[in-house]
Design a binder for this molecule. Structure first.
Ligand SMILES: [Zn+2]
Length: 141
């Protein structure tokens, strides 16, 4: 519903500006439709261009946020060349590629982060284990 409302608003703004462009065409003694269509086309191109910039900016921001969460985390990774273990600490300064140098063979490794999904397991209904009450234990002894 919100999307539909926003789309309607965008169309309203788009056509309003185009109509104003058409009126400008009339004022300048040119064709209303030529100016109307030119303004319409220009806006569509401009907004799709801006849209793609905003989208790529948002993707970059999300990636940065994800990497910020990894800051301070370290893990053991095997070198892709010599297979020996290295302690790797995530550094958020490199937002493009995460790399580390192997301590053993000094070759640079590229780290690929993979996100895996799994089902959340529900705890089973385990019957309570009831022990012998302490009063009864005292009676036994
Ligand atoms: Zn190595």
């Amino acid at each position: 519903m919100i999307n539909f409302k926003n789309s309607l608003k965008s169309f309203f703004i788009l056509f309003s500006i185009s109509i104003l462009g058409g009126i400008l065409g009339l004022i300048l003694n040119y064709s209303f439709w030529v100016y109307f269509l030119s303004f319409l086309l220009f806006q569509i191109i401009l907004f799709s261009f801006l849209g793609s910039i905003i989208k790529s900016y948002n993707i970059k921001k999300i990636k940065e946020l994800e990497l910020n969460k990894l800051e301070g985390l370290s893990t053991l990774l095997s070198c892709a060349y010599c297979q020996k273990q290295n302690v790797m600490i995530f550094n958020t300064n490199d937002t493009e590629r995460i790399e580390f140098e192997c301590d053993h063979c000094k070759k640079r490794n590229l780290v690929n982060i993979q996100f895996l999904v799994s089902q959340i397991s529900e705890p089973l209904e385990i019957p309570k284990v009831v022990g012998i009450p302490s009063e009864k234990l005292e009676n036994i002894s």
